[in-house]
Design a protein around this ligand. Structure first.
Ligand code: KG4
Ligand code: ZN
Length: 346
């Protein structure tokens, strides 16, 4: 089954052709970093306009790179929410028109189901039961995944998403947008042990998380020390300590859920899963506890079209029908209802 996946929920216009929900035939992405970097954050109106300017070329590029004709597709999967309203509207309207004109089934996909489905890309050995973390700029959700692939939300951030903590922390440190990757790079030269930032809700026995207090403590630290202006040389240490605090919370919560439910696998997905320290620490603890770990390669952690096609395949395989009247849904909250991830055949 050959699906076209389209993603426009935030600031990336992406399309991909994926075979059977796991084999990426092509993946094309137009990133808007340059447009938003001037403002230090995503400007929804600009994101929406740029999506409409480039979506045609991005989709055409994905089909060309795959050497696939529209008539060879089995369907079109598109992100319907959650995300920026105008941005979602571009993707959904485009996918709807294309599906209608070609007589193809249209499948609406939740963005978070998309991130979780990225674990299948590259035909990986996906074993259940599992614990899956979606850690992005807008969400930090921890799921328990049963043997049948169904999802149960175990915990989530009570305030800021981890990606937001990265982005806002980076901004305070004077780093360029997007902050997460910049903070990741800068931390490499720093000593995380020189400063100790709090790890909120680390050992409370629950799976909810919180990152806004950490952000405030960075603010206080910078105000008190006068950094970065007073001593730019200290900034890598501050960045490394701040990153370590975020990563410690994510690792501890994910690992304790994995141990509590005796799972076979742990999945780490979403933009922050590209973070090198998080990847390294998760690899270390999963090796120690002999748990199979899947973290997609960095281009499939951040927003992409392939994960949307993979999720679309899961929807169809689970008996979900196509939806020609699909509407975008910026505040979509109930995606776990009925969504089932696909695992490897035993
Ligand atoms: O999944 P994603 O591309 O978009 C959303 O669904 O939000 O995630 C974007 C988030 C941003 O907050 C970005 O700063 C963060 O992922 N991110 C990183 C890294 N790469 C992207 N955070 C830390 N380290 C990275 N290497
Ligand atoms: Zn995302």
């Amino acid at each position: 089954m050959l699906l076209l996946g389209i993603e426009t929920s935030c600031d990336e216009t992406a399309a991909a052709v994926v075979q059977d929900g796991c084999e990426v035939v092509s993946s094309v992405l137009f990133t808007q970093d340059e447009i938003h970097s001037r403002f230090g954050g995503i400007v929804p109106e600009l994101a929406c306009r740029r999506h409409s300017a480039v979506i045609d070329a991005v989709v055409e590029g994905a089909l060309l790179a795959a050497s696939v004709d529209l008539r060879e597709l089995s369907g079109i999967a598109v992100t319907r929410g959650p995300g920026l309203m105008g941005a979602l509207l571009v993707g959904v309207s485009y996918a709807k028109a294309l599906a209608y004109s070609q007589g193809l089934p249209l499948i609406g996909v939740d963005h978070l189901a998309g991130h979780l489905s990225s674990v299948r890309l590259g035909k990986r050995d996906v074993r259940f039961p599992a614990v899956g973390l979606v850690v992005s700029g807008g969400h930090t959700n921890l799921y328990r995944i049963s043997v049948d692939g169904s999802l149960q939300l175990l915990g989530r951030t009570l305030d800021d998403a981890a990606g937001e903590a990265f982005d806002k922390g980076a901004k305070m440190l004077g780093l360029p947008f997007p902050g997460g990757p910049a903070l990741d790079r800068l931390s490499e030269t720093g000593d995380p042990a020189r400063i100790r930032f709090p790890r909120p809700s680390l050992k409370n026995g629950r799976f909810d998380m919180s990152f806004s207090g950490l952000k405030t403590s960075l603010r206080y630290y910078l105000d008190k020390s006068g950094h970065p202006e007073s001593d730019p040389a200290q900034i890598p240490d501050v960045a490394a300590a701040y990153q370590q605090a975020i990563v410690d919370v994510l690792v501890e919560k994910t690992l304790s859920a994995a141990l509590r439910y005796s799972v076979r696998s742990v999945f780490i997905t979403g933009g922050v899963a590209a973070n090198r320290l998080l990847r390294k620490e998760m690899e270390r603890v999963c090796r120690e506890h002999k748990i199979h770990l899947i973290i997609p390669s960095p281009p499939y952690c951040t927003d992409n079209g392939a994960m949307i096609a993979a999720a679309g395949f899961a929807v169809i395989s689970g008996g979900g029908g196509p939806d020609t009247d699909l509407e975008m849904s910026p505040y979509l909250k109930t995606f776990t209802d009925g969504f089932r991830l696909i695992g490897s055949r035993p």
